[in-house]
Write a protein that binds this ligand. Sequence first.
Ligand code: BTN
Length: 243
Amino acid sequence: PGLRVEVVAEIDSTNSELMRRARDGRNAPVLLVAVRQTAGRGRMGRPWQSAQDAGEPPSLTFSLGLPLAPRDWSGLSLAVGASVAESLDPTQAAGVKLKWPNDVWKEERKLAGILIETALLQPDASDRYLVIGIGINVGPREAVGLNTPPAWLKEWRPDITPGEVLREIVVPLVRDVLLFNDRGFVPFAARFAERDVLRGRDVRLSDGTEGHCEGVGWGGELLVRTAAGVQLISSAEVSVRPQ
Ligand code: BTN
């Protein structure tokens, strides 16, 4: 209710568009779906590109924008990842997992990426316009521009279309974002832990730190045991060390 849905054939980036609107004071709840992005963006300034077929687009790209004022923003990206992973694979039969902070993985390959951005609505206020951008590899063609070969939904659901994927994801996603707004990360901690691919593995952080991952904390921090004790990591790139 109250969520306007817009579908456009082509745009630079659904996240960029909603951030531009927020800066212009347009902060109504909206779901912006693009059939094609010409300048899709990923985390850490990386591009998000999808191969383009003449026919059905091989990836689903959209952003959900809404004003939000949680007491604490930490863990939001993990909560969003958990919501998306549960919608894509409710019983975990397909092995859809989460790699901290918010990649959706299947068998060590990336199935979906999430880029969260926020715009301040008023100076000094806690409410912000939240833009959650999600790209899901539907297939059958491989998305390009990624470091490692991606996974795609059609591997196990050959007849699924991007529109059907969107319908499966959006209602639970909005519900979960509102739950996060009210209660923060705590209700999501166990849901994330169920699919956490890093817990119990040896990891390496982008700053060179190596240790054993002990899962995530109540604020969504990555817990890494090193020689110096357990560290709470709130932002880093993490890779799994070969066993
Ligand atoms: C990542 O894995 O680094 C995040 C990728 C996020 C891609 C989505 S596609 C829809 C939205 N618009 C963008 O420009 N990026 C996000």
